[in-house]
Design a protein around this ligand. Structure first.
Ligand SMILES: [Zn+2]
Length: 328
C-alpha cells in the first residue's frame, strides 16, 4: 500500500502527525494474547494491511462486524483469527417488515457460521433519522429471535458528549434526544435479555462520566464495556486520567479491549497501526504528550495521557474477559 494514501491536502497523514515509525512496535508490557472485540473488517484492497498491523501489535484474534456476504471469503483467508458479530444489512436500513425479516434470517445464518453475539447500532441518528429507539416494538421480534438463537449482545448507545453541545451534530435534542436520554434503551435491553451478557461499545458511550457508567455497571452485573474508539477515548481520558484509571481498575473484570478499526480502501498500514500504537500507549504506559492522531474535537495539539494500568488489569482487558465471554 502507498505510504501516502491517507495524506491530507497539506501532505500530512492525519494518522501520524508526529512522524512515528509504527513498524517499530514498542515492547509490550503485557505478555499473552490480545483479542480485539470491536472491528469492522471488510473485503477490501487494504484488508491485508489491517491484518499486518494487527499482527505487528500482537492482536491475535479479531472479532468483526462484517457484512454477511463477505464472511465466507474473509474466513477462507484468515480462518480462526477472525470471528464475527451478527449485524443487519445496514445499507438497506428501513423500518419495514422486509428489512426485519431479512435481519432475523441473517441472524440464523450468522449463528451457523459461529457468531455468538449480535449488535444493535442505536446511536442518535437511529432516533433522529428513523424515529427508533430499542424500545420501539419494531425491535421486539429481533430481540426475541436473537434470544431464541442463543445470542449474547453488543450495543452502540450514545456518542461523544461534545457532539450534543450547542453547534454539535446532535445539538437538536428534540430530534436526537439528550445524551442521557440515549440510555433508557440500554437499560431496556439489559432488563430484557438478562442474564445474557451485553457489551456496551465505546466504553458504554460515556467515558466522559465514569460515575454514570459505574451506576449502570453496579445495577446490571451482565453489562460489559469495550474500550473501542480511539480519538474519543484518548480525548476524554486526557483531561481526567486519574478518574478513568481508577474506573478501569475497579471494573477490570468488565472491560474488553476493542479498537473500532474499520477496514476501508482509503486506509493503509499507517492508519491501522496508529490506533493500535495509541491504545498501547494509553493502557500500558505513562506517556504524556501529543497524540499522533489528528482530532478536530480535541484541544490543539491533541493530548495523549497514558494510564499505565497494572499487568493483571491489562490481562483482563486484553484477553481474559473476552475469553470468559466465549470470544477468541
Ligand atoms: Zn464500531
Amino acid at each position: 500500500m502507498s505510504q501516502h494514501h491517507d495524506d491530507d491536502a497539506r501532505g500530512r497523514n492525519p494518522a501520524n502527525r508526529l512522524g512515528i515509525d509504527y513498524r517499530a512496535v514498542p515492547p509490550r508490557v503485557a505478555t499473552g494474547r490480545i483479542i480485539d472485540v470491536h472491528t469492522h473488517v471488510h473485503r477490501s484492497p487494504s484488508v491485508a494491511c489491517f491484518f499486518a498491523a494487527a499482527a505487528a501489535y500482537r492482536i491475535e484474534h479479531i472479532v468483526s462486524m462484517t457484512p454477511l456476504d463477505e464472511v465466507d471469503a474473509l474466513r477462507a483467508v484468515y480462518g480462526e483469527r477472525l470471528e464475527f458479530i451478527a449485524i443487519p444489512r445496514w445499507r438497506s436500513m428501513a423500518k419495514t417488515d422486509e428489512f426485519r425479516r431479512q435481519w432475523i434470517a441473517d441472524l440464523a445464518v450468522f449463528r451457523s457460521k459461529g457468531a455468538r453475539r449480535m449488535k444493535f447500532w442505536m446511536a442518535p441518528p437511529m432516533r433522529g433519522d428513523h424515529g427508533l429507539t430499542l424500545r420501539d416494538p419494531f425491535f421486539g421480534p429481533v430481540i426475541g429471535a436473537a434470544l431464541e438463537l442463543g445470542y449474547e449482545f453488543m450495543i452502540h448507545v450514545g456518542d461523544p458528549s461534545v457532539w450534543f453541545r450547542p453547534g454539535g451534530r446532535y445539538a437538536d435534542a428534540a430530534r436526537y434526544g439528550t445524551k442521557h436520554e440515549q440510555y433508557d434503551q440500554l437499560e431496556y435491553l439489559l432488563e430484557t435479555v438478562a442474564p445474557r451478557s451485553v457489551i456496551a461499545a465505546h466504553l458504554g458511550g460515556n467515558i466522559e462520566e465514569p460515575d454514570f457508567l459505574q451506576a449502570l455497571l453496579d445495577r446490571h452485573p451482565h453489562l460489559y464495556l469495550d474500550s473501542s474508539a480511539t480519538k474519543w477515548v484518548v480525548r476524554e481520558i486526557a483531561w481526567q486520567p486519574e478518574r478513568v484509571r481508577a474506573f478501569m481498575i475497579r471494573n477490570a473484570d468488565r472491560i474488553l479491549f476493542g479498537s473500532d478499526l474499520v477496514v476501508d480502501p482509503k486506509f493503509d498500514f499507517t492508519h491501522y497501526a496508529s490506533r493500535y500504537w495509541v491504545h498501547q500507549q494509553l493502557w500500558e504506559t505513562d506517556y504524556r504528550g501529543e497524540s499522533p492522531i489528528e482530532d478536530p474535537d480535541a484541544p490543539q495539539p491533541p493530548p495523549l495521557v497514558g494510564l499505565a494500568l497494572p499487568p493483571d488489569v491489562l490481562h483482563k482487558l486484553y484477553h481474559e474477559n473476552a475469553e470468559r465471554l466465549g470470544h477468541g
